[in-house]
Design a protein around this ligand. Structure first.
Ligand code: ZN
Length: 159
């Protein structure tokens, strides 16, 4: 097992690219998952997406109901209308906290680490963490949520 360096920066091309689907859970994928587990633990993170460790793949780890869970090719197939706004941080954007409004409950379909399909309905923190990680797989970063949170009157002109 080895710790992987975290890709950082809002203009980092690998963080802005949509990850490729994982066609098969190979030995190399299992090794990547092990290394990502070690890395997220060392960083004390609630989740980690493959692009954050330099792999442009649809694969992430997320703390789901208290357990770090592997989600391969995750797809959010349902979102509640009810939303909640909470501050989030990101290992790739240190020192930044952004208030993000997200659906409170989601249904996510994915393959587990054995390549078996799973479907789970998640709420609150688990739902938020999975949505944050799925954003990473689509090249979306916390910074992209900054604009809608500006006050309704918009920014004041520079003085
Ligand atoms: Zn992040």
């Amino acid at each position: 097992m080895s710790l992987l360096p975290i890709q950082k920066g809002a203009d980092n091309p690998i963080l802005r690219r949509k990850g490729a689907k994982v066609p098969e859970v190979t030995k190399a994928i299992k090794k990547l998952v092990k290394d990502m587990f070690a890395t997220v633990k060392a960083e004390d993170g609630a989740g980690l997406a493959a692009p954050q460790v330099g792999q442009s793949l649809q694969l992430c780890l997320a703390l789901v109901e208290g357990k770090m869970t592997v989600l391969i090719n995750p797809e959010i197939v349902w979102k509640s209308k009810e939303t909640k706004t909470e501050e989030e941080g990101c290992l790739s954007l240190p020192c930044l906290q952004v208030a993000v409004t997200r659906p409170m409950t989601i249904t996510v379909k994915y393959l587990n680490e054995k390549g078996m399909p799973e479907e789970r309905k998640l709420s609150d923190f688990s739902a938020r963490t999975v949505q944050h990680e799925v954003d990473h797989l689509n090249g979306i970063l916390l910074l992209d949520y900054l604009m809608p949170s500006l006050s309704p009157t918009g920014m004041k002109p520079a003085q």
